[in-house]
Design a protein. Structure first.
Length: 149
């Protein structure tokens, strides 16, 4: 189930971001691999934030490798520009307060299926043009994660 959900959210993030690297702006077709990476501010090992779209952006491999090398500013700036100033810091704060733990709703297969259905519907709406990327960002799955508290 984790792999299925990863695949749907990965596709959704790339579509939401217009098949472009959010940090440098290059289109996936202009990359060497002709694809983009699904990048996370907070590691995917943190299940609370793994599928939270505020924690994810599309990046070309070159920009993603900068993040992996510890160059944080471009990804942090992209997340803050996309959501609001301070979002990157709120994600870090949330992750410190909620390290990866077991026995959450995300361990439940039925719950993950609900999350998967939510992202499939958003992905379909983006592809069909019945939802804009801005509308998609206004309709997020936040049943588990309140970054404000």
């Amino acid at each position: 189930m984790k792999v299925r959900l990863d695949n749907v959210v990965r596709q959704y993030i790339k579509e939401r971001d217009g098949q472009k690297c959010i940090t440098c702006g290059c289109h996936k077709d202009s990359t060497t691999s002709q694809t983009l990476d699904w990048s996370h501010k907070i590691s995917r090992s943190n299940l609370f934030l793994r599928w939270d779209e505020r924690n994810s952006i599309a990046q070309c491999r070159q920009c993603h490798n900068l993040w992996s090398a510890g160059i944080n500013h471009p990804l942090n700036t992209a997340i803050n520009n996309m959501w609001s100033q301070g979002t990157a810091e709120r994600l870090e704060h949330f992750a410190r307060r909620n390290p990866t733990i077991k026995s959450t709703l995300l361990d439940d297969v039925e719950y993950r299926m609900k999350v998967e259905k939510f992202y499939k519907l958003k992905l379909k709406a983006l592809k069909e043009g019945t939802m804009t990327p801005q509308q998609a960002k206004e309709n997020i799955w936040c049943e588990l994660v309140n970054l404000e508290s």
